[in-house]
Design a protein around this ligand. Structure first.
Ligand code: HEC
Length: 622
């Protein structure tokens, strides 16, 4: 060890004092260390890099290419040219110079006794055996040649109960996978997309209704290290969820069989915060053939103080440069990141080493540049053809997703409102955007303005009505208008709207709300019918289970009620109402010990809640 270190120092001194005198730089005397540190993580067997860089022979064979790609900055791959991110890759200028001096000097081996041995890498999971491993059911067959492919695999994950995920490792298990994105779908929508086409998964860059769980981006690129989120930063995996894994596949020259695994690491500690994934986008993309400087941009004003944890920029092949910046209401413009040479193949999400504080009222902007000329080496069309917005990789996109954490937990919904509001500004003719705005407003904590301002429900009703003007009979808009009308006291009209949403658009979530309207107006047997139908469609919906159980409780069907309460608390162990109601139902059944246990769980969730004390007292009295 000492002798190796000494050689390193000598090389440094030689370089420093005499410039690049030939024979000064050798493989054993420094270059091996650089290659092992910066290249071998990916350039080794089983990884997607096309050849290994472990031994002197490996490097000697590729020496000219190595000098070229390190001098140009193409390797090691790292896109951000500005921004301080975790896991940043790159060689220092001194290291680049040393590699190039080595190649210019004939790439000598040096003292083979002093040669560092190639690094070893853990062959198993990076963080040890995961708590749960989910593996794709079927093999995905990839032909030897052809265009890049995007395939979304749907992986059901049965946890039986709510789990808190501290880390995820994605193991694509095949070098044809260049990039992967993992999202979570609780709607069964991705399963339906999968079932509609033959073979494993479904194609394209759209991932159905799946979302980054609790605002966490879960991406994989070659060489990416698996990290634990750490105390209080887990995300919630609800039982009955599906993982949706999008694979960007590049044919390798021989047929490949791909069957990824995902390792999940759980923690008992629930998240202390729920980040929000705020997505900015431009769909105004129309790039003439030959155009070199097309710009796509979007912005959003953040209504509350937040911390920016991570960014995930996305565009396709024609994009060349990216920039994003924040402008606080009072203060200097702050660059969030820059990418001088965008490369679609190396897209990734970036986590700031130090989260960026953004005060309330900060405007965030992005601007991406696209080159649709023949001079752009990444242009997939030769000769260039006009390119517009679209989801195919040969179309173009411009999105910037940000993981934000609101300083005040109650203010988080305002981030959803800001995102939905911006979407309506961009596309006022899009009924879906108005529905989303209605949903977002309804979740907001307080009236948006002064004395004469409307309540969130009044505002949401207006937005849903706007959607219905644009698209009469649209199920989700009928549903949203109905939900607001219930809150505004017009249950009769709401009931009619929910029935229309179901009948005209098959809008099944409306059934939950229909059941609730019926229950509230005392038509419990009718409510039970609707809830029972809804449970068949949404078996993992804790609130629905609680509502069904409560309706059964009212009808004195106590055993049935307890069964559904049990499911509700299994699905969501933090569900106070379900524990409390179950305790009371068990008490009525005379199952005192079970009742006490349930009420004590409720009490632990809301210490000192008077209704729980009363119910416990009644148990003791009986
Ligand atoms: C994060 C993974 C990763 C790291 C780290 C990495 N490479 Fe690569 N490298 C790849 C992949 C994957 C390819 C295949 C081409 C591509 O997909 O961009 C590649 C391709 C190459 C090529 C062929 C380039 C061409 O023009 O065809 C060379 C040479 C190379 N790497 C050298 C290096 C050197 C030298 C280092 C370290 C300084 C390094 N790589 C670090 C993943 C990596």
């Amino acid at each position: 060890m000492i002798s190796r270190w000494a050689t390193w120092v000598v090389v440094g001194v030689l370089l420093g004092s005499c410039g690049s005198r030939e024979e000064a730089v050798t493989w054993s005397g420094g270059v091996a260390g650089i290659i092992h540190r910066h290249c071998s993580t990916c350039h080794r067997p089983g990884q997607p890099a096309p050849f290994s860089l472990l031994t002197f022979d490996d490097a000697w064979r590729k020496r000219r290419q190595i000098a070229r790609v390190t001098a140009s900055g193409y390797m090691p791959p790292w896109l951000p040219s500005h921004g301080d991110f975790i896991g940043a890759r790159g060689l220092s200028q001194a290291e680049v110079d040393r590699v190039s001096a080595w190649v210019e000097g004939g790439a000598p081996r040096g003292d083979s006794d002093a040669e560092p041995s190639p690094p070893t890498f853990p062959s198993g999971w990076q963080l040890g055996e995961p708590d749960l491993v989910v593996t794709a059911e079927e093999w995905l067959e990839l032909p030897a040649a052809g265009p890049d492919l995007f395939q979304n695999l749907v992986l059901p994950v049965e946890t039986g109960a709510l789990r808190f995920v501290d880390a995820v490792e994605i193991r694509p298990g095949n070098p044809s996978v260049h990039h992967a994105v993992l999202q979570v779908d609780g709607t069964r929508g991705a399963r339906a997309l999968d079932a509609a086409v033959p073979g494993p998964g479904f194609g394209g860059m759209e991932m159905g209704l799946s979302v980054p769980p609790d605002g966490h981006f879960l991406g994989w690129t070659p060489g990416k290290a698996t990290r634990r989120n750490g105390q209080g930063r887990s995300w919630r995996l609800w039982p009955g969820s599906d993982l949706v894994l999008q694979l960007h596949l590049t044919p390798t020259g021989k047929p490949e069989r791909v069957r990824p695994s995902i390792g999940l690491y759980f923690t008992d500690v629930p998240p202390e915060e729920t980040p929000f994934a705020l997505v900015m986008r431009s769909e105004r993309i129309d790039i003439a053939a030959g155009q070199t400087d097309f710009k796509a941009a979007d912005h959003v004003v953040l209504p509350v103080a937040t911390e920016l944890r991570a960014v995930y920029p996305h565009a396709h092949y024609l994009c060349t440069q990216m920039e994003a910046w924040a402008t606080p209401p009072e203060g200097e413009r702050l660059t969030l990141f820059e990418i001088d040479r965008w490369d679609f193949d190396w897209q990734d999400d970036y986590h700031f080493s130090v989260p960026v504080r953004l005060p309330a009222g900060t405007r965030v902007d992005f601007e991406y540049t696209y080159d649709n000329s023949a001079a752009n080496p990444n242009n997939p069309s030769s000769p260039p053809r006009p390119v517009a917005y679209g989801l195919e990789s040969t179309d173009e996109m411009a999105t910037l997703s940000m993981t934000l954490v609101a300083d005040e937990r109650e203010e988080r919904p305002l981030l959803g409102w800001a995102m939905a509001n911006r979407a309506v500004e961009r596309s006022p003719g899009d009924p879906g955007a108005w529905v989303n705005l209605a949903v977002a407003v309804r979740a907001c904590p307080a009236p948006q303005g002064g004395e004469f301002a409307l309540t969130p429900h009044q505002t949401a009703a207006q937005h849903a009505s706007r959607a219905l003007e644009l698209s009469p009979g649209r199920g989700d808009a009928l549903r949203e208008l109905g939900i607001s009308l219930v809150e505004l006291g017009d249950g009769a009209r709401a009931e009619a709207l929910f029935r229309r949403a179901l009948k005209e658009d098959g809008e099944q979530i409306a059934r939950l709300h229909l059941g609730q309207v019926l229950a509230r107006s005392g038509r419990t047997p009718e409510a039970i019918v609707e809830f029972e139908r809804a449970v068949l469609i949404f078996p993992n919906h804790a609130r629905l289970r609680n509502n069904l159980a409560t309706a059964l409780f009212i009808e004195d069907r106590l055993e049935d009620a307890v069964g559904h309460y049990r499911v509700a608390v299994r699905l969501d162990p933090g569900y106070f109402n379900a524990w409390f109601n179950m305790g009371r139902a068990l008490g009525s059944l005379g199952r005192t010990e079970e009742a006490r246990a349930a009420l004590e769980r409720a009490s632990a969730l809301r210490p000192g809640a008077p209704e729980v004390d009363v119910a416990l007292g009644e148990l003791d009295g009986s």
